[in-house]
Design a protein around this ligand. Sequence first.
Ligand SMILES: NC(=O)c1ccc[n+]([C@@H]2O[C@H](COP(=O)([O-])OP(=O)(O)OC[C@H]3O[C@@H](n4cnc5c(N)ncnc54)[C@H](OP(=O)(O)O)[C@@H]3O)[C@@H](O)[C@H]2O)c1
Length: 226
Amino acid sequence: MKIGIVGGTGGMGEGFALRWCLKHDIIIGSREAQKAKEAAENYTNTAKQAYGLDTTIAGSITGDDNISLAKNCDMLILSIPYEFIDDMCGKLASQVRSDCIVVSPIVPMTRTDTGFIYIPLEQGKKPAAEMVAERMAPRSRVVSAFHTISEVKLKKVGMSLDADTYICCDDQNVVARLSQLVSEISGLRPVYLGPLSLTYQAEVLTPMLLNAAKQNKMKHPGIKLT
Ligand SMILES: NC(=O)c1ccc[n+]([C@@H]2O[C@H](COP(=O)([O-])OP(=O)(O)OC[C@H]3O[C@@H](n4cnc5c(N)ncnc54)[C@H](OP(=O)(O)O)[C@@H]3O)[C@@H](O)[C@H]2O)c1
């Protein structure tokens, strides 16, 4: 599969690339093509070192600017901060293929004196994946997931995550394809939550998790249903 990661120069992008390059062709995206190419080269070296000679890396990691990579992907991960959804999706919408799946791991969150808060609840704004769906029609191709996965753990390819990720989407075929990718990350279980309109329930878990981690001095905790 060809997986494009918009904003792939950030920590989550690196983690996704390192985990999925074993089987897939990853294209790291950035607003600057040169920055993306350099990141891709670094991630490739990191992957070779981390997996060692015993593991075959059947995929690849390359870099391009966000707009160019969008034309050529089976799946597009929007790994950018909440604040830039409108601007970036506005530029991407006309570029993506009609059969491209669009994934939102975006968490609308900020820090206040009381702790981490969920922006849509506190400021009357929309959940991230709802904003994405408005700009990246059709809605059925948009799926939200990965909100409670720590980039620190994702980047450690030898580490099993021992966690769930909660998936919201209107199309079961899209859920199945994303769930397969989730399952390729060691110890990560895909758990379907419901249609995209429930994405707020997945997104709001992250500020909850970070508040619990801070108050109880826990390092990069995840969430798992038992
Ligand atoms: N970090 C985590 O542990 C974690 C966990 C779960 C979910 N998430 C979510 O996953 C997403 C990515 O997280 P992250 O920590 O990797 O993000 P990040 O490092 O803050 O940002 C990712 C990339 O976004 C791009 N970017 C910055 N400003 C932009 C703008 N104005 N327009 C377009 N692109 C811009 C930058 O790439 P260029 O400068 O190269 O363009 C940057 O490298 C976020 O929405 C976050 O809420 C993060």
